[in-house]
Design a protein around this ligand. Structure first.
Ligand SMILES: [Zn+2]
Length: 190
């Protein structure tokens, strides 16, 4: 997921990330409407070094993009792993492996963006509060009560694990227009 605003920060971070790019593993992010984004992710059977390496690479990819959340689905790994960091300082990484929503309440509507749909921001209605249970990088179970933007981020990323991209909440007409817009933009970029 990406933040809708704050361009100066974004530009500044891009410059920093270029310097760091050579020593980091930046994964390729699938771009909507890539069919692979609709793959249903499988549960992680055992949290091990391979999982931790994936988490590390996903976090680096998210910070470099820059974004505030990334699901393994977006880097073409179809396992239930998401990373989220909504802090301005990039030191509050949250890792959710095999996340499950235990409880939701309230309703909130806000503009969302996605690293798989760059430059597109649309309003989506979500639960305002979620209680989520997941495994951390050490395979330990934890439960988190999240609200507001963090809750939105978790829901957005968990949707990816179910093969759903946020623009699929829009009307069919809007989705058709969006696909045409992205197609045109890619043609122009060639
Ligand atoms: Zn996304």
């Amino acid at each position: 997921m990406t933040k809708a605003h704050g361009l100066p920060w974004r530009v500044k971070f891009c410059i920093q990330s270029i310097k760091l790019a050579s020593i980091m593993a930046i994964l390729q992010i699938l771009q909507y409407p890539d069919e692979r984004l609709h793959t249903i992710a499988k549960k992680v059977v055992q949290v091990n070094d391979v999982t931790r390496k994936l988490v590390k690479n996903m976090a680096q990819t998210m910070y470099a993009a820059p974004g505030v959340g990334l699901a393994a689905t977006q880097v073409d790994v179809h396992e239930q792993v998401i990373v989220v960091d909504i802090s301005e300082t990039h030191n509050e990484l949250r890792v959710f492996i095999n996340p499950e929503i235990l409880c939701i309440s309230g309703e909130i509507e806000g503009e969302e963006g996605c690293l798989s749909v760059p430059g597109i921001y649309e309003n989506v209605r979500r639960a305002e509060k979620v209680t989520v249970r997941a495994l951390d990088q050490n395979g330990e179970t934890f439960t988190l009560e999240a609200e507001g933007f963090l809750a939105v981020c978790i829901q957005h990323e968990m949707d990816h694990l179910r093969g759903k991209v946020f623009v699929e909440y829009l009307s069919q007409l809007k989705q058709t227009r969006l696909r045409a817009k992205l197609k045109k933009r890619r043609r122009e970029a060639l």
